[in-house]
Ligand binder design. Sequence first.
Ligand SMILES: Nc1nc2c(ncn2[C@@H]2O[C@H](COP(=O)(O)OP(=O)(O)OP(=O)(O)O)[C@@H](O)[C@H]2O)c(=O)[nH]1
Ligand SMILES: [Mg+2]
Length: 453
Amino acid sequence: MFESLTGSFKNIVGKIRHKDDANALKKALTELKKSLLQYDVHHKTSKDLIKQIELETKANGIGHDSFLKALQNSLTDILTTQGNQGFVYSNRSNLTTILMTGLQGSGKTTTTGKLANYLKTRNKKVLVAAADLQRLAAVEQLKQIGAQIEVDVYFDENETDPVKIAKNAKKKAESELYDVLFIDTAGRLAIDDALMGELKKVKDAVDPDEIFYVADALTGHDATKTATTFKEKIGIDGVILSKYDGDTKGGVAISIAHQVEVPLRFVGVGEKMPDIEPFIPDRIVSRLMGAGDVEGLSERAAAVIDEKKAKEVTKKIKKGEFNFNDFLEQLDMMKKLGSMKSILGMIPGMSGMANQLKDMDLESSGEIVRIKALISSMTPKERETPSILNLSRKKRLARGAGLSEVQVNKILKQFKNASKMAKKMSGKGGKDMQKMLAQMGGQGGGGMPGLPK
Ligand SMILES: Nc1nc2c(ncn2[C@@H]2O[C@H](COP(=O)(O)OP(=O)(O)OP(=O)(O)O)[C@@H](O)[C@H]2O)c(=O)[nH]1
Ligand SMILES: [Mg+2]
């Protein structure tokens, strides 16, 4: 998220000279304005931002540092709108009810699943309700998502009234002590009275704590317009920008809250369930200024990493006992963390690299696919102690996994080496680790953490 914008801010900041004169400031502001518009930041927001930076820089004395400070302050100001940030639980009941709204295809159902998954990994009991009865496949889609993330879905295939579905879902959520209920609703191609009427009825029936509006980032400024209309017609408490990973210029995330006057709460950055990020202004500004988002990263890691397991694995590595079962578990954990690109973007100094990575996917890299095929052909015992594999078993495994014997031998050897290296690494200090990380960085796409090629 924000890799290209970050790059452009860096350029502008680099252009401000230490000469401390009004001319240098003017030039930097013109550059900034140009890029803001180029990245599709709303023109009114750009204007306000530039004005604020100019005033503050002048007030504090023109110069590189004061410009940076003003840029940081003004950005934070523009991104911060009155209202909640991230996900907020109800302050009036044990159940938090969220109504999901948006136009057709904007990403409501996917986002409902992503948010449910986000809260589930934070140990919340979540129910999602299928109140979209417009599209035949809609209920089925939510059921599939629910099964994938192991979250309960409320549906009633004999009911034709979304209001009743929503009401019954809330009853169930209350009596069965769920923490959060999401109500997924039907979308329409355009804002029309029928859609608004239905949403209003659902809203009145369940009295949600918050109403989220899911806007498709690919629609650019239309996202701002439709969000404003929804705000006026039914009232919304948060905007979620979906498809931010797509071919979008990205600026709409900077201006949407400022224009709609409703906070941007989350940003969807991919089709998979972990691909959603809370939009916290301070942290976003930190990233835009090239300082990363360590807080966000550690929060994400804490949610998916099982501390007890992590300790067990460390112990195994130290003893040189890290096996293929552990490896599969680690891969699974990495998957939960989200895409490589989104993780790198949060590490200070790495956003440039994230941009180069494009859509590299750990799961589908050729190397990982081959290793997984091999592991799945092994018996549990073999996964634990690969050294028991003899020649005929290796031949059999190669056939089973669709690999050549050479490939099988190569993977087994790599794994042995990696296990040895990991053991060595864990004994020494952080310097060696840094060296290894640097090597990994140089390996490029197909490389795998810990396994030399
Ligand atoms: N790349 C990407 N695709 C997304 C994202 N969010 C949703 N999608 C895709 O957008 C398409 C539409 O998503 P849905 O969740 O079905 O949209 P919806 O608003 O529920 O659609 P209706 O129920 O028909 O109104 C699906 O193919 C999703 O996979 C995102 O953040 N990134
Ligand atoms: Mg839907």
